[in-house]
Write a protein that binds this ligand. Structure first.
Ligand code: NAD
Ligand code: UFG
Length: 335
């Protein structure tokens, strides 16, 4: 019996593959490689010694999906696949709705056809309505971009599908995953200029970017810069192992925040990086970025209580591991 990781060649999927294999699971990966490289999976296999059946397919391709479910003995699915760039989703909303919704619907239809009942879904803290942090799973919802709405809609689709009694769904709202596997063999490999803070810091550290621009220092936070709940990607990966265990044992749908439950400002993250890696990241203060919110962090109690999961790694661990990956792979997976 195997666990299918859709989008498993990507950043979070590849780290989760390692944790799942370490937990004794067999994994199969399906990914169209629109935002990933097969090299990540080659390295996961090298790190774990496991063989991972890989299907380069688009989840919307029902024939290809049937073929994979026909060949593999799939028992559960962790559904990472999707487009995730906030800015691009504002420019190309139909691309985002088409890709993220259609791929989920096709996946669910094929799962039903093959009697697969368990799904863990990658949702996001972006579904929370701004202004109410810290967010509990019961905080009011509302999204600021099409990407966020695709998460909101897919959560609803999964709740409705689970209400029929034919599906068990766990919806994971990730906060800000950062860092890399401590080996430095797998990590985050953004294409072009990084939109997110941690990869931008990494590339500034390596000299690829001249300096970091801090997007605003006039927010109502400790030092005026944006506050987020950064979470080591290996903690997040382990959260999926716990979530899948829960999913198998509990029919219906349940939602969990995965975060550390602590807000860290942009300046605090820069300081943590400097401390962890004995360097000084050059930065300037710029204006606010459109669409950014001041504060986002989790109340993470529910995951601890019901999944028995909590993040163990520190902000310094995240910075050290991000730098280790960046140093070893200045051009990401490009060989
Ligand atoms: P990623 O882009 O590295 O991984 C997503 C993978 O899905 C990619 O490998 C891509 O090639 C694949 N994919 C996209 N559309 C597909 C399709 N139609 N068919 C097959 N494969 C397809 O992103 P990630 O950071 O690993 O994120 C994984 C999931 O977690 C995404 O759903 C994302 O929205 C969600 N998420 C990420 C973050 C974050 O900060 N990284 C935060 C919250 C939620
Ligand atoms: N920031 C900078 N300079 C940069 C990049 C970011 O100062 O070059 C700041 C941002 O203004 C924000 C903080 O760093 O205050 C974090 O920004 P990120 O872009 O790293 O993360 P966001 O919280 O804005 O976005 C993340 C995911 C989105 C998701 C969102 C809400 O990237 O996919 O969380 O959950 F929608």
């Amino acid at each position: 019996m195997s666990v299918l990781l859709t989008g498993g060649a990507g950043y979070i999927g590849s780290h989760t593959a390692v944790s799942m294999i370490e937990a004794g699971e067999k994994v199969v990966v399906a990914d169209n490689l629109s935002n990933a490289s097969y090299e990540s999976l080659r390295r996961v296999q090298e790190l774990t010694g496991a063989e991972i059946p890989f299907y380069q397919l688009d989840l919307r391709d029902e024939r290809a999906m049937n073929g994979m479910f026909e060949r593999e003995n799939i028992e559960s699915v962790i559904h990472f696949a999707g487009l995730k760039a906030v800015g691009e989703s504002v420019e190309k909303p139909l691309l985002y709705y088409r890709n993220n919704l259609d791929s989920t619907l096709t996946l669910l239809e094929v799962m039903e056809r093959y009697g697969v009942r368990n799904i863990v879904f990658s949702s996001s803290a972006t579904v929370y309505l701004d202004g109410n942090a810290p967010f509990s799973e019961n905080s009011p919802l509302g999204c600021a971009c099409p990407y966020g709405w695709t998460k909101f809609m897919i959560e609803q689709i999964l709740r409705d599908a689970a209400a029929t009694g034919k599906l068990s769904a766990v919806l994971l709202r990730y906060f800000n995953p950062v860092g890399a596997h401590p080996s430095g063999r797998i990590g985050e490999d953004p294409s072009g200029v990084p939109a997110n803070l941690m990869p931008y810091i990494s590339q500034t550290a390596s000299g690829k970017r001249e300096k970091l621009t801090v997007f605003g220092n006039d927010y109502p936070t400790r030092d005026g810069t944006g506050e987020r709940d950064y979470l080591h990607v290996c903690d997040l990966a382990e959260g999926h192992v716990a979530a899948l265990r829960y999913c198998r044992e509990h029919p219906g749908a349940e939602v969990f925040n995965l975060g550390r439950g602590q807000g860290v400002t942009v300046l605090e993250l820069i300081e943590a990086w400097n401390r962890a890696n004995a360097m000084t990241i050059p930065y300037v203060i710029g204006s606010r970025r459109d669409g950014d919110i001041a504060v986002s962090y989790a109340i993470a109690d529910k995951a601890k209580a019901l999944l028995g999961w909590e993040a163990r790694r520190s902000v310094e661990d995240m910075c050290r591991d991000a730098w280790n990956w960046q140093k070893q792979n200045p051009n990401g997976y490009e060989l």
